[in-house]
Design a protein around this ligand. Structure first.
Ligand code: UDP
Length: 541
């Protein structure tokens, strides 16, 4: 009798999300997608951030997917941040840079965990350039996770290369972003702060660039039908490959857990979930405007007041997520006047489930990349109200390229708090009307939005472009280990500067005693030298 060959061991991939909810949610979705294809997936995360994703990971593990979290300490004492402050959403926007300042201190922990567990591949957020060098030492491929689409990434690359924003006479003077597939104009005020001044992330750009060029490519939460011209541009200008695997919120729906717990499953989020969805159930199809500004934006009281009045005047039912505490800004009698028609939700709302609800007909968004993609996926027209980072660039995609949205304010905005003009109630009401009312403009936007939604949904289905993008990506990792010799892999990885590995790392705590042994190198090595699985799914501390 011939011997029966053992099936190949499953690939083991580590995912390392940055300390921002908008970066963590999509990378956890991607880890779930890998796990659903049989890849043993581990998400490296710090304790307070684990709370945001653990329910999602546990539900996926409960459904049989090989996925878990591996917890490592956040460098609170090194960075001077109070214990538990581990995410930009835990700080006011003006202090979010403190998370960037803390970020380099996690390098030793990443370095140690990767060397200890020796995964077959690493998918790390762009904020963690050092993971490229560890991967090179280990002889495994490292992929960059871009929490942004390639549209804004290419815009930023063009700006960094050509510096058109430095050639204009003033902050409000429009300039063309050179060489892009579409003629996009910006003003300096609307650029990310790291292009306007000397921030931590701006200073880290050289490291990030070096790390990216040492990566095999980027994993993008987008779909090729929306951004193919930018993938080509990116390849041409940066010599970097990209794998489109999104919209991941759509792709990960049903992969081991409900989307309802995405990003939050504390009691307030759970109560909001039930309240929002049952409130929407009682509304007419396509009648409700959903208003939400992401996971960390904040407004002045004056702006919130105008927003309330604008939504009231617009006359459509609205579901409005307010992150800011207090209600001194609320106009007198507002709640009584909009009772039954408007729902104000504090804290975390189940955004993807809301956008997919039949009652929702439009989306007022700050244009965070995830929100843009989720709005597109839901086939909804949008009112764009960018606030910071690259959001004004994403707005160009929504309004100028896809033509599925209108701006909340006509005048130029600003990424700087002190330069922002208040968007008044009448302006907002007008913009909401332009996407929600009937008429040629609104109907055109609705039609294009529906078509984009259809294309997005097709992309993640079997046979679709992103479904295939994920297959190609996994195949790339498999091929690396099957066909390449470590030394040639390293050449393919690109010439990288050498790095010192630090040995001064804090020990990780083990959540379950049964997994303690799995964290020691001795137990991780099988007789054939191949590291074993981290053990049962779910969570390792
Ligand atoms: N989100 C959510 N509920 C909320 C606020 C945000 O589910 O109440 C999710 C939203 O669906 C998206 C992410 O949080 O996936 C926010 O990411 P985005 O890139 O839009 O904005 P950021 O928070 O990074 O500014």
């Amino acid at each position: 009798m011939g011997s029966v060959e053992a099936p190949p061991a499953p690939l083991r991939v580590f995912f390392i999300p940055f300390f921002a909810t908008g970066h963590m949610i999509p990378l956890v979705d991607i880890a779930r997608l890998f796990a659903a294809r049989g890849v043993d997936s581990t998400v490296l995360v710090t304790p307070a951030n684990a709370a945001l994703i653990q329910a999602t990971v546990d539900a996926a593990a409960d459904s049989g997917l090989p996925i878990r979290t591996l917890i490592y300490p956040f460098p609170s004492s090194e960075s001077g941040l109070p214990p538990g402050v581990e995410n930009i959403s835990a700080l006011p926007p003006s202090e979010s840079y403190k998370i960037d300042v803390a970020t380099p201190f996690v390098r030793p922990a990443h370095d140690r965990l990767l060397r200890l567990h020796r995964p077959d591949a690493v998918v790390a957020d762009v904020h963690f350039p050092w993971t490229t060098f560890v991967a090179r030492d280990l002889g495994v491929p490292r992929f960059t996770f871009q929490a942004l689409g390639l549209f804004p990434v290419c815009m930023m690359n063009s700006l960094f290369t050509n510096l058109p924003h430095l050639a204009v006479a003033g902050d409000d003077v429009p300039f063309l972003v050179p060489n892009l597939p579409h003629p996009i104009h910006m003003v300096r005020r609307e650029l990310p702060d790291f292009l306007r001044g000397n921030t931590q992330i701006g200073a880290a750009m050289d490291d990030i660039g070096a790390a990216e060029s040492g990566s095999l490519g980027v994993v993008v939460n987008s779909f090729v039908e929306m951004e193919s011209a930018y993938a080509e541009y990116y390849y041409k200008t940066c010599n970097m490959r990209s794998w489109f695997v999104g919209p991941v919120a759509l792709a990960a729906a049903g992969q081991g857990s409900s989307l309802a717990t995405r990003g939050g499953d504390d009691p307030i989020a759970a109560a909001n979930r039930a309240r929002c969805l049952s409130w929407l159930d009682a509304k007419e199809p396509k009648s409700v405007v959903y208003v939400c500004f992401g996971s960390w934006s904040q407004f002045t009281g004056e702006q919130l007041r105008e927003m309330a009045l604008g939504l009231e005047v617009a006359g459509h039912p609205f579901l409005w997520v307010v992150r800011d505490g207090g209600d001194e800004w609320m106009p007198e009698g507002f709640e009584q006047r909009v009772e039954g028609r408007g729902l104000v939700v504090r804290g975390w709302a189940p955004q993807v489930a809301i956008l997919a609800h039949a009652a929702v007909g439009g989306f007022v968004t700050h244009c965070g990349w995830n929100s843009v993609l989720e709005g597109v996926s839901a086939g909804l027209p949008m009112v764009t109200w960018p606030l910071s980072t690259e959001q004004f660039m994403n707005e160009k995609l929504v309004v100028g390229v896809l033509r599925v949205g209108v701006r909340a304010a006509e005048g130029p905005g600003s990424t700087l708090e002190e330069e922002k003009a208040v968007v008044d109630a009448a302006e907002l009401a007008r913009a909401v009307g332009r996407v929600m009312d009937s008429g040629e403009e609104a109907e055109g936007m609705k039609r294009r939005a529906r078509e984009s939604g259809k294309t997005a949904r097709a992309a993640v289905k079997e046979g679709g472009s992103s479904h295939k993008g994920l297959s190609d990506l996994i195949e790339e990792i498999r091929a690396w280990h099957t066909f390449s010799h470590p030394s040639s892999k390293m050449m393919a990885h690109g010439a990288l500067s050498s790095v010192n590995s630090s040995s001064s790392m804090s020990p990780e705590r083990c959540h379950r005693s049964c997994l303690l042994a799995d964290l020691t190198p001795t137990h991780l090595s099988s007789p054939g030298g191949r590291p074993e699985s981290l053990g049962s799914p779910r969570r390792i501390e």
